[in-house]
Design a protein around this ligand. Sequence first.
Ligand SMILES: Cc1cc2nc3c(=O)[nH]c(=O)nc-3n(C[C@H](O)[C@H](O)[C@H](O)COP(=O)(O)OP(=O)(O)OC[C@H]3O[C@@H](n4cnc5c(N)ncnc54)[C@H](O)[C@@H]3O)c2cc1C
Length: 302
Amino acid sequence: MWTDRQPAYHNRLHIERVPAQTIALLVDYGVPPAALGVDRLFEQRYLQWSGTGPVCLNGAASANVSRPGLERALFGLAESCGVKFCIGAVPYAAIADPARLLFDATGRAGVTAARRWRPANPVVSRTFQFTASPAPHHATLALAAGSEGYAYRLGNRHGLCLGVVGGRDLIRGQWPEIRERIVRFAPWIVSGLPGADGQAGRAGACSLQWADAGPRAILIGDAAIARDALSSQGLAMGLGAALHAVSKAVIGSTPGPQRNGPVQRAEHARRVLAMISAAAFGSQPLWKEYGGFLQKAAMKLA
Ligand SMILES: Cc1cc2nc3c(=O)[nH]c(=O)nc-3n(C[C@H](O)[C@H](O)[C@H](O)COP(=O)(O)OP(=O)(O)OC[C@H]3O[C@@H](n4cnc5c(N)ncnc54)[C@H](O)[C@@H]3O)c2cc1C
């Protein structure tokens, strides 16, 4: 297996939310929840979206996992099954070799894809990490919409992650400036977070995109479809797609039916569009343009 980086090469904390079923699947494969910073499940979330807030909503149980822990655990699992890793970019010769079946899990880059579909101006996120162990009500997923974009917060035993998503006017600058901007629309979401020492973490596109596969590779995870960050679905769907594709190719059977990709994508686009339209930031040019892309994605069923 080629990968251009070791797991958690920078070791910076990054926290993402997965359904409780994903934790059960990982436990089945011998990954202990504690290695992912998980010590509880959450059935609630705090939301301030189209009005003032926050309101507390109930939903399906989920857990907040640390990405460095998850990546280390999955690498360890693969190594223990005899997978050999080559550290470096996938060589062109491997991509072009007609005798080779490739599983392309290179994320949004989708290096083997024949064609990628994404907004001309993708919506971008930045995250900030805080390593002190948060109180339970701070660890619960919280989302708040402002006039330029939104902020979210979630935590686990390892710390707390604060993300901002939207245009330059919201996400530019250092943590203290960004904190000030968030305070203007949702002071509660940053209350208790230090004003000074947010450590910058992952940043990049977080809007919907997808790709058409090339002739020999099977696209997996974000390489096939990178969902909008609003859905918190990328990890669970990517792990499911990986199990499905590898089982089919290697042992000829599949662990259950795979849902129709274009239909799934259209449903996802419609849900995200509805959320954006309900938020104050939905009328900003960046978001309106993205809304137009989502509208086309919602219609495109093949
Ligand atoms: C702001 C934000 C918040 C999110 N929150 C959540 C959440 O709460 N829950 C959730 O489930 N999902 C969330 N997601 C989505 C989630 O992060 C992705 O769905 C997930 O990371 C996809 O995993 P992946 O392995 O497909 O791709 P990636 O994690 O992008 O991994 C791709 C890997 O391929 C490597 N690579 C790239 N090019 C090459 C090459 N040429 N050769 C070799 N290696 C290469 C990269 O270095 C990388 O390690 C969020 C995303 C964003 C942006």
